[in-house]
Design a protein around this ligand. Structure first.
Ligand SMILES: C[S@@+](CC[C@H](N)C(=O)[O-])C[C@H]1O[C@@H](n2cnc3c(N)ncnc32)[C@H](O)[C@@H]1O
Length: 187
């Protein structure tokens, strides 16, 4: 992918924390660049389900306009409190909580569903959390040129359902040879 090698300082800090903690689930840089670009178009509140070591939140904050709020929730206490400390002065609100607690801060202009339980959450409930024109972002899909989309030889029903839901305009973006990201915009 053509992109400048330099990373935003916030992202570098979060990646350093991932390295120190031996945390391997951090968002990839290709996904992060997409998150930052989408965030750049947003006003209001951006939410992330599953903070990890803060890499996704760092990309979202790096891209979002100053007045846009970024809020993220993490269930694991050690991770959550580590990121709260790391981002204490960075205008990122970190909650140590189940991601469903984010609902009290809805509606969202973008929600990044990056915890396994969030990814499979009923779309009816997700739709109630976002503004008209709001975006839902889901990552870590295996790129697939066929319809219906397949994953390891089986129909990828999660991706199929998102791509077929008439309440959203959705695209499957291949951000690298081996990974794709769904971006669904509420009509
Ligand atoms: C894929 S990782 C997140 C990576 C992070 N968003 C990033 O961009 O680097 C998923 C995270 O979700 C957290 N998690 C799992 N279940 C959760 C829940 N119910 N509520 C909040 N966080 C949860 C896990 O502890 C894990 O750190």
């Amino acid at each position: 992918m053509s992109a400048p090698p330099e990373l935003p300082e916030l992202v570098v800090r979060a990646l350093r924390m991932s390295l120190l903690q031996g945390y391997v689930q951090a968002s990839r840089t290709e996904t992060g660049r997409l998150l930052a670009t989408l965030a750049a178009t947003r006003t209001g509140t951006i939410a992330e389900c599953g903070t990890g070591c803060g890499v996704g939140a760092a990309w979202l904050r790096s891209g979002a306009p100053k007045a846009t709020r970024v809020i993220t929730a993490e269930l694991d206490p050690q991770l959550a409190h580590g990121v709260i400390t790391m981002f204490a002065d960075d205008d990122i609100d970190v909650m140590h909580a189940d991601w469903s607690s984010l609902a009290q801060h809805a509606p969202f202009s973008l929600i990044f569903m990056d915890a396994t339980s969030a990814k499979g959450w009923p779309r009816e409930e997700i739709i109630s959390l976002i503004d008209e024109g709001g975006m839902v972002v889901l990552d870590d899909f295996t790129p697939c040129p066929t319809w219906p989309p397949l994953d390891h030889g089986r129909v990828d029903t999660l991706r199929l359902d998102w791509l077929s839901d008439d309440r959203f305009t959705t695209v499957d973006v291949m951000v690298a040879d081996d990974t794709s990201v769904l971006v669904a915009v509420k009509k």
